[in-house]
Design a protein around this ligand. Structure first.
Ligand code: NOJ
Length: 558
């Protein structure tokens, strides 16, 4: 057995999680507040619901939580349209509820990241209302991207940019001469980041939440804030570049964004407690992504290449090598992400015939995933993800093996992507369905009533927390075990060493004193040694000397 490569997780920079730089190896759980837990029975998750369930998260074994937006918002894009960056929307509770949640999280040993949405506000933000009410060229308008239209009477949009959610990226409000830019929905006008007032405002927003005690920020659309000078037209083929995970086009990944993050890092550095930022940047290639995590910018960036991996051992290994190599150059940790609130849940993605493509939702008329196969692969994939050095993310419900809701009726859909593309894109509602906590309760225990803002499929009963807590073979039991072993053997702080795998479809590696073997193929593969002592397995094995198909194990030798 020869060692084929050794990849470091930046060992020289690794510190213990309790000490500084905790984020290098942290496991961070994404809470989508609308769908996590509902304390007041209105069918919408809320901050009190989160507070009540913190013991569940502490027991799961994660180090931190990240909350998607809970700020004051008309909810045109599920809260990613913020009307007041310093207020909690009444749907989710109050600032006092937030403080209580934060205190209890910290007391439970959990750090808390909040979402920062700096590319755009809601059109119901006071600044935007003032902009609409103010004349062209006024300081109020300079906070957003207003432009004259083309055509004889300015009746055509200023350029050919398309919204990520479909349709034009420009809107001309009724009775107005000028158009405003919105890379996302009409109700999400883009800020003008060339304006120092916008920069000062966001530094103040950072301080507002840092002063309250948050441990950091997930930065929304981090690659979009600065647009190319002159806002030039761009090629049709790049129109949907964010959807496809690229960075091409004059609104993405402009070098100017990095000055902003350097300024923010200085703000964070004024605070104790090692606060952090993680970039949501759909940027390619990995070299460009690594620029966001230079030592004076953010600490992490989501690894979306990994989130889009096919069910293919060679591809997964290549992605891992590339990610580790690029982040090592920046002396930053890699992140390992399998699912989030914008992507089809990986349990369902891995049950499709071509799991690497990023399906923009799965609808009733789409190919339906093989639920059992998808779950089996997702469980096996956890043995790759949590084995790797760096930080790992869990999207709520992933620990239950929850599938995407793939048969939702259109009338329930809320994602603007679905409506703006007239149903051509199914959108993201299917991965945002309220969690099942109790199989036999109304709304599967999501809250005290039978209300849920999106309908839950019947299949969720099988995945309810109370069912899985009672089953030692459940995905929840598996996640608890895997996270426990990961922590005990310091895998997040370790080094990855690839070993020659006994079959083409199989990955074999070592991290410290633990070995990982994952079989991406269908048929069983012989274990390379006969002294393997299994620490955890994604499924009970049919033989002690073989690893079944679509299965992963961790073991020690001797
Ligand atoms: C990325 C967020 O994750 C997504 O949910 C949102 O729709 C867009 N940014 C716009 O804020």
């Amino acid at each position: 057995m020869s060692v084929t490569s050794i990849l470091s997780g930046n060992k020289e920079n690794n510190q213990s999680k309790s000490g500084s730089e905790w984020w290098r190896s942290a496991v961070i759980y994404q809470i989508y507040p609308r769908s996590f837990a509902d304390a007041n029975g209105d069918g919408m998750g809320d901050l009190k619901g989160i507070t009540e369930r913190l013991p569940y998260l502490a027991r799961l074994g994660v180090d931190a939580i990240w909350l998607s937006p809970f700020y004051k918002s008309p909810q045109a894009d599920a809260g990613y349209d913020v009307a007041d960056y310093r207020q909690v929307d009444p749907l989710f509770g109050t600032l006092d509820d937030f403080d209580a949640m934060l205190d209890k999280a910290h007391a439970s040993g959990l750090r808390v990241l909040v979402d920062l949405v700096p590319n755009h506000s809601s059109d119901e933000h006071e600044w935007f209302k003032a902009a609409l009410a103010s004349p062209e060229g006024s300081p109020e308008r300079e906070r957003y991207m207003f432009r004259d239209g083309k055509g004889e009477n300015g009746e055509l949009p200023p350029n050919n940019w398309q919204s990520v959610f479909g349709g034009d990226a420009w809107t001309r409000p009724e009775g107005q001469k000028q158009w405003y830019l919105h890379i996302f929905d009409t109700k999400q006008p883009d800020f003008n980041w060339q304006n120092p007032e916008v920069r000062a405002e966001f530094e103040s927003v950072l301080r507002f939440w840092l002063d309250r005690g948050v441990d950091g920020f997930r930065v929304d659309v981090a690659h979009g804030l600065v647009k190319e000078e002159g806002l030039p037209d761009f090629d049709e083929e790049y129109q949907q570049s964010m959807v496809e995970g690229g960075n091409q086009g004059p609104m993405w990944d402009q070098d100017g964004v990095h000055d902003i993050y350097r300024d923010w890092r200085k703000v964070l550095n004024e605070y104790d407690g090692d606060r952090m930022m993680v970039a949501e940047a759909w940027v390619k290639p990995q070299e460009r992504l690594a620029l966001y995590i230079r030592s004076d910018e953010m600490q992490q960036a989501f690894n979306f290449d990994y989130l889009l991996a096919h069910w293919d051992a060679a591809e997964v290994r290549h992605l891992i090598d590339e990610s580790l190599a690029q982040t090592a150059l920046a002396k930053a940790p890699t992140t390992w992400v399998m699912s989030n609130h914008d992507s089809v849940r990986h349990t369902s993605r891995f049950g499709l015939s071509n799991p690497g493509d990023r399906p923009n939702g799965i609808g009733r008329d789409s190919e339906q995933p093989d639920e059992a196969l998808g779950l089996q692969r997702a469980r096996a994939f956890a043995f790759v993800t949590f084995f790797l050095p760096g930080a790992a993310y869990i999207y709520q419900g992933e620990e239950l093996g929850l599938p995407e809701h793939t048969t939702m009726e259109d009338k329930y859909r809320q994602d603007p992507t679905f409506w703006r593309t007239k149903g051509e894109e199914i959108g993201r509602d299917g991965c945002r369905v309220p969690l099942p906590w109790k199989a036999d309760a109304p709304a599967f225990g999501f809250g005290p009533s039978d209300q849920t803002w999106l309908p839950q499929p019947q299949a969720f009963a099988r995945y309810a927390v109370d069912v899985e807590e009672a089953d030692s073979d459940s995905t929840l039991a598996l996640y608890r075990k895997v996270l426990e072993v990961r922590a005990e053997h310091h895998l997040g702080q370790g080094e990855l060493e690839w070993l020659d795998a006994p079959a083409e479809d199989t990955l074999l590696a070592r991290n410290g004193d633990v070995y990982m073997m994952v079989n991406f193929g269908e048929s069983a593969v012989k274990l390379p040694w006969d002294d393997a002592k299994v620490l955890a397995a994604s499924h009970a094995q049919s033989s002690d000397s073989e690893l079944d198909g679509n299965t992963g194990i961790w073991f020690q030798r001797g």
